[in-house]
Design a protein around this ligand. Structure first.
Ligand SMILES: Nc1ncnc2c1ncn2[C@@H]1O[C@H](COP(=O)(O)OP(=O)(O)OP(=O)(O)O)[C@@H](O)[C@H]1O
Length: 228
């Protein structure tokens, strides 16, 4: 459903993506992994229309979308949980969730089932939520846009282990339901539970892809590209 080919992008004169390739099939859960600063978030921003790539292709369902504005990328079916927690601070949880919701299989009742904590706190202002609750809210908000591809950029970063576990369990349920997901994260162990295919990115290029089992069998890859 998403095919990225030969993507080049950067910030001003500094080029970050040199020849990025990535392919995601319907129903697949794939990861983008790599050391800090290798271009994972830049890839996501380029796909989502938040950064204009200078060359290459972003094909969504076979249609060229490179350089399209982000609202069109969202309409084409991509939903992003961005790095860093962001909600509308002075809106309640419920208002935040409904602000960008569209009709589809994900509605308020279903996301409350997935995250009961959000239902308990639905009238609370989002700025008063804990970090973990805010993260649940942004995941729920992305689901309510009923995306065909959900992209999570460091969704578990800085969270307490128990909240991280909630997010990973949520991803496992989404996978079981056949959702298509691109996840950027640093926790290889947790990712192995849900990811079908890892893609390693190094200096703006995809340098390896394979299953979590293949990655576990090749410690030299982790040492060289992930620094673990
Ligand atoms: N707005 C920006 N302006 C200039 N340079 C930037 C900007 N955002 C990112 N960069 C640089 O681009 C490079 C790639 O950053 P990017 O955020 O894509 O990396 P990443 O792989 O997601 O890293 P991390 O795991 O640390 O989040 C880094 O060298 C970073 O400093």
């Amino acid at each position: 459903m998403l095919e990225v080919r030969g993507l080049q992008a950067g910030y001003g004169l500094s080029q970050v993506l040199f020849d990025m390739h990535l392919s995601i099939e319907q129903g697949q859960v794939v990861s983008l992994i790599g050391r800090n600063g290798m271009g994972k978030t830049t890839t996501v921003k380029s796909i989502m229309g938040l950064l204009k790539p200078s060359a290459g292709s972003v094909l969504i369902h076979g249609r060229e979308m490179r350089g399209a504005p982000s609202y069109r990328i969202a309409q084409a079916g991509l939903g992003l949980v961005p790095e860093g927690r962001r909600g509308f601070a002075s809106l309640s949880v419920r208002e935040n969730l409904l602000a960008t919701a569209t009709r589809g299989k994900w509605d308020l009742a279903r996301v409350y089932q997935l995250f009961p904590r959000l239902q308990e706190r639905q009238d609370q202002l989002s700025k008063t939520l804990s970090g973990g609750e805010q993260q649940m809210m942004v995941v729920a908000r992305a689901l309510l846009t009923n995306p065909q591809l959900l992209i999570l950029d460091e969704a578990t970063e800085g969270l307490a282990p128990i909240i991280r576990e909630t997010i990973w369990s949520c991803l496992a349920s989404l996978k079981a339901e056949g959702e298509t997901i691109l996840v950027i994260d640093k926790n290889l162990k947790e990712m192995a539970r849900v990811v079908d295919c890892h893609h390693i990115i190094e200096k703006g290029r995809q340098v390896w892809s394979g299953t979590p089992a293949q990655l576990a069998q090749a410690p030299q890859l982790s040492q060289r590209y992930l620094g673990v």
